[in-house]
Ligand binder design. Structure first.
Ligand code: 0L1
Ligand code: MG
Length: 240
């Protein structure tokens, strides 16, 4: 089996695997090619590319997983969860959830709107442990996302308070400043990364700019909400 097939199978069977990509000697460039092949398998099964994500854009996230570079991945329609919708954690291996800011992009890669968001991440590696090439090949742990109501772009989004609530209790506090210093930098970074990878951005694509805090485990029955100052909320419920 190729490395992309092993990651695909891990996701589909909800079975964690060892760090096969770094063990193969793949570097970051090779890992992005594996990611492309992995997502192509999803597309060949009928999923549609709907956007991009940046990962590890904050120090909190880098410290949480011990990898210190910004990385990017691909979002498909199958990962979308309605705002306020319910998700079955049985779809995942060991899911975590984190509060984000999302941008809607036009075909030039420019942002046309902004929204509060939640990202569900789920490493396909045992114990959520990986190196840089492993996590890149694993499509940056992408698993699910919720977008709150789109808002017109305000003059600044660089220092908005962010809360992550679980069952009405605040479990993480952060600021959008944690996302590359200003989440708008994610828009520029994503346009550059997509162009260098030959990925044409489509009008209406979503960009998950990155998390404002560390991620927390997504457990059955949990009601999770991201609150972003001035932008509103994005929420999901994990089925019990
Ligand atoms: O969206 C993210 O920041 C996740 C990147 C991959 C690392 C992780 O699984 O936490
Ligand atoms: Mg994220």
């Amino acid at each position: 089996m190729t490395l992309a097939e092993q990651l695909d199978q891990a996701e589909r069977t909800r079975t964690a695997i060892p760090q096969v990509v770094s063990r193969s000697g793949a570097d970051a460039d090779a890992a992005y090619r594996i990611q492309e092949a992995l997502v192509a398998r999803r597309v060949s099964r009928g999923e549609r590319l709907v956007g991009l994500k940046l990962g590890l854009t904050s120090r909190a996230k880098m410290a949480q997983v011990g990898v210190d570079q910004v990385i990017w991945g691909r979002l498909t329609d199958a990962m979308r969860i309605d705002d306020g919708g319910t998700v079955d954690t049985g779809r995942y291996i060991h899911p975590r959830v984190e509060p984000e800011v999302a941008f809607r992009l036009d075909a030039t890669g420019a942002a046309t709107a902004v929204a509060p968001a939640l990202e569900v991440i789920d490493s396909r590696y045992a114990d959520f442990k990986f190196t840089l090439p492993d996590v890149i090949a694993d499509n940056t742990s992408a698993a699910g996302f919720v977008i709150g109501a789109w808002q017109p772009l305000p003059p600044g989004v660089d220092n908005l308070g962010v809360l992550l609530e679980v069952d009405g209790r605040v479990v993480q506090i952060g600021s959008t400043a944690a996302i590359l210093g200003d989440p708008r930098r994610a828009v520029t970074a994503a346009a550059t990364l997509a162009a260098s990878a030959g990925v044409p951005v489509e009008d209406g694509w979503v960009l998950l700019a990155g998390a404002a805090t560390a991620a927390v485990p997504l457990t059955p029955g949990a009601h999770v909400r991201a609150v972003v100052e001035g932008l509103g909320t994005a929420a999901l419920r994990a089925a019990s």
